[in-house]
Design a protein around this ligand. Structure first.
Ligand SMILES: C[S@@+](CC[C@H](N)C(=O)[O-])C[C@H]1O[C@@H](n2cnc3c(N)ncnc32)[C@H](O)[C@@H]1O
Length: 433
């Protein structure tokens, strides 16, 4: 397990390839750990090239945050044009359409202010890595539709993780996992401050934060800069409950019952993210789960929520989780299998059924101690929408038996066979959101 610490010193951010600690202003708050992102790719890159690609990726995501307003503005203009192309007598029957579009524009302005604040806090977030300054740093550069979709998904993630509106969804996704952790590591039998829980694919960090709030050591791990910038903002810059507003639904033009549904605000954070107990041990680590976590027998528990389908090859995740769990440790998983790379050209994507994954889990040596194959949940649901998805998730607890010890020979073999080929720093399609 990577070490993390809390500090009462001023803000400092560190980045290196082993472990780095980012602490926060106002003292003693929450620590972020940043791991250098390594590029495991078909082509082997030199360290210089890796650094260049990493920088390029960083700025691409910053550009996406800055371009948002222009992108939404173009959509609004298109909607206006379409409306104004209707025969006048049709327009006369629809007196509220233009005012609603104008309201959407105002909401987009507001969202852009929030995104600017996130960017502002992200530019120099690491003490030992700089992504350089840019010429015309305030210049808004065009972004792709793909990145805009990722950004809109990230905006909706604020609702899921940090708003009162998202509570029911969190109750259906996070509570079953938290309940299992408390059942398996009860505070009357364990010193929970010594029980370590890893949450790969932590999103905006709420599940990991809740686990840390209960006194467990908890580390969230996340790959996407969209999520990392945003979680850094909410965890370190937001203190006042419900002091911020976001308009997450303005991008949805279909399936609205009322026009005002599209522009309704959501307030966040529903709790003060900085209100963890002083002795809580909570950290966030950036990087690819498989690459960052290779220390064997390090964790008591790995908790994955809507995560395993982000893999190019889900068996690689099973293998990593087996390796990093201590003997007797548990893997708790809840989620669907909506494979993120399924429709991406030139990306490895192996779309296995749960039945096949389960077979591989058992053959790897795990004992499945609890299993529910039908847990209904939503993901960043718009509760007013006329279209709502329900995921029929699998939920299980798999234990690595206590009498199994890490096999060095096996590790050597694993190191010889390279991880699944993938392109550097590509975000998967987040079709969930
Ligand atoms: C569907 S989201 C789920 C987020 C969160 N667990 C939740 O339930 O709200 C999957 C998350 O995994 C992250 N992710 C994808 N591949 C990853 C990887 N290889 N390592 C770490 N995180 C990854 C994505 O960026 C995304 O935030």
């Amino acid at each position: 397990m990577s070490s993390s610490s809390r500090s009462s010193s001023n803000t400092y951010f560190v980045f290196n390839h082993s472990s780095s600690i980012i602490c926060f202003e106002n003292g003693l708050i929450i620590s972020f750990i940043y791991f250098g992102v390594q590029f495991t790719a078909r082509i082997k890159y030199s360290p210089e090239e890796e650094a260049r690609l990493e920088r390029q990726h960083f700025w691409r995501i910053i550009d996406a945050f800055r371009f948002y307003r222009v992108h939404v503005g173009e959509q609004v203009k298109r909607a206006e044009r379409q409306f104004l192309s209707l025969p006048q007598h049709h327009q006369d029957l629809l007196p509220n359409v233009l005012s609603n579009l104008s309201r959407i524009s105002q909401c987009a302005d507001h969202n852009q202010e929030l995104l600017q604040a996130i960017v502002h806090n992200s530019l120099h977030m690491f003490e030992n890595i700089e992504y350089g300054e840019r010429e015309n740093s305030q210049k808004v550069r065009p972004s792709t539709t793909f990145d805009m979709d990722k950004l809109k998904s990230t905006i909706k993630q604020f609702v899921r993780d940090w708003s009162e509106v998202g509570r029911a969804e969190r109750d259906s996704c996070y509570q079953p996992i938290i309940h299992e952790i408390q059942r398996l590591f009860p505070s009357d039998k364990y010193d929970v401050s010594k029980v370590s829980v890893l949450v790969p694919g932590a999103g905006l960090g709420r599940l990991a934060w809740e686990i840390a709030r209960l006194g467990y050591i908890c580390q969230g791990n996340e790959w996407s800069f969209f999520m990392l910038f945003s979680s850094n903002f909410v965890l370190n810059r937001c203190e006042q409950v419900n002091s911020l507003t976001v308009y997450p639904w303005i991008h949805q033009y279909s399936n609205n019952k009322k026009s005002s549904d599209q522009t309704r605000p959501v307030r966040f954070p529903d709790v003060n993210p900085q209100s963890l107990p002083l002795d809580a041990d909570f950290s966030m680590v950036a990087g690819d789960f498989v690459e960052v976590y290779s220390d064997p027998e390090s964790w008591d528990c790995v908790a994955t929520c809507f995560f395993i389908d982000t893999a190019h090859n889900v068996i690689e995740y099973v293998e990593s989780i087996w390796k990093i769990l201590k003997p007797g440790g548990v893997w708790i998983n809840l989620g669907p299998l909506l494979y993120h790379f399924e429709n991406m050209a030139n990306e490895l994507s192996v779309e296995l059924s749960y039945e096949d994954i389960r077979t591989a889990i058992v053959k790897s040596g795990f004992h499945i101690e609890m299993e529910k194959q039908s847990v209904q949940t939503t993901y960043t649901e718009n509760e007013c929408s006329m279209l709502r998805y329900v995921y029929d998730c699998v939920f299980f607890v798999a234990r690595k038996p206590a009498d199994v010890h890490f096999n060095c020979q096996e590790d050597d073999q694993q190191q010889i066979s390279p991880p699944a080929a993938k392109s550097p720093r590509r975000e998967g399609t987040d079709s969930l959101t």
